[in-house]
Design a protein around this ligand. Sequence first.
Ligand SMILES: *Cc1c(COP(=O)(O)O)cnc(C)c1O
Length: 456
Amino acid sequence: MTQAYRNLPSVERLLQTAEVQALTASLPREVVTDLVRGQIDEARAAIGNGADAPTAEALAAAVVESAETFTRLRPQGVINATGVIIHTNLGRAPLSAAALAAVRRVAEGYSDLEYDLPAGERGSRRVHAETLLTQLTGAEAALVVNNNAAAVLLALATVASGWEVIVSRGEAVEIGGGFRVPDVLAQSGATLVEVGTTNRTYAADFERAITEDTAAILSVHASNFKVVGFTSTPSIAELAHVAYPRYLPLLHDLGSGCLLDTAAYGMAHEPMPQESIAAGAALALFSGDKLLGGPQCGIAVGSRKIIERMAAHPLARAFRVDKLSLAALTATLMHYIKGEAADTVPVWAMISTTMEDLQERAINWSHTLGHRGEVVSGQSTVGGGSLPGETLPTCLLALDAASVPGGTPELARRLRTGATPVVARVQDDRVLLDPRTVSVDDDPALLQTVAAALKG
Ligand SMILES: *Cc1c(COP(=O)(O)O)cnc(C)c1O
């Protein structure tokens, strides 16, 4: 083993090789030296585990490969073949062509982000999305911030810091990714008052909990779990009847900003911000990149008085939305205004894809791959904290991993690390590809990665 260590080429020797020298044309010398050291360290660790010393040529090739990984643009684009439409780990909602064009226009030059063109003076970034949001939801006013977690925190800090907020025990939950209702309340400076039981809470429970110190009622949509059986939750309208006569704002965290009715697509009805406002919520709070199908952002719509106070709160500056997201959001909202969202907003186009289309695509994939898989029926899901337990029937290509040494896990790994990474669903020891979440434009790249992964 000691001999193997001695056989390792030195950093200097590797730096002299033609391949590594070539890297210094496009990368600083210190970066290349670090990459070389990294590969020598790895080789040393491998020797510790019983391997032989690699040749200088092999190490140089490894350095070149590590330079390719190092310089790759990140986050990388991937093909989502999981059938989970809003996949938080894969970046949630893809944007429409119009939203992408809007981002580009604003990113490559200057814009009237905070400039009033007719007046020739300073303007507000709030104006761009506000009229679209009020038009779509029926609310008096709107404010866009960095994400929904920020919208909820800002709303609570604005109306309830130093006061009590009443929440149903069944809704004092963790939504995922570090969003825990009790923690968010604590951060806002408000005190959580839990009422009811985990499975059943009534409007009367809220009524009884109201004291002189109550500042608001908070309702949180159970977006990523489902309590089934003996359950009861007051509706937004019932809570509004409790809150309104006592001048208490009712805040509704909807999670997904669903502006179209999911029931029209054969799924359960996901609450919509326009319904919350109509039912008497003072604020409806939701994400931009879940069922709304836009960029990451958080949206608050509702009472002008509260929205203005939120906008003036010091946290509003810390949470403010950036110009690229704002441009993508207004372009996305315009699809809803024009009544074309179901076809043009990618998440809705995926939801509304017909079974015939899905079947045709899965069969085409199978043909192109030389029948290395079986077309089977299965289920897609909405995901991303929307409609837990709800599924959409789909057609899948189940790949045959028999020819791949290592079988299903190895095939799935090869897909993930392919020229264009493909994230598949692994279920019952099968690699499944769902055409619902794969853009038709990505078919050639998908098939290239899959064909390469299936090779011996
Ligand atoms: C997703 C979600 C959040 C967090 O929204 P982000 O935009 O990810 O910050 C908050 N509340 C509910 C109910 C959610 O579903």
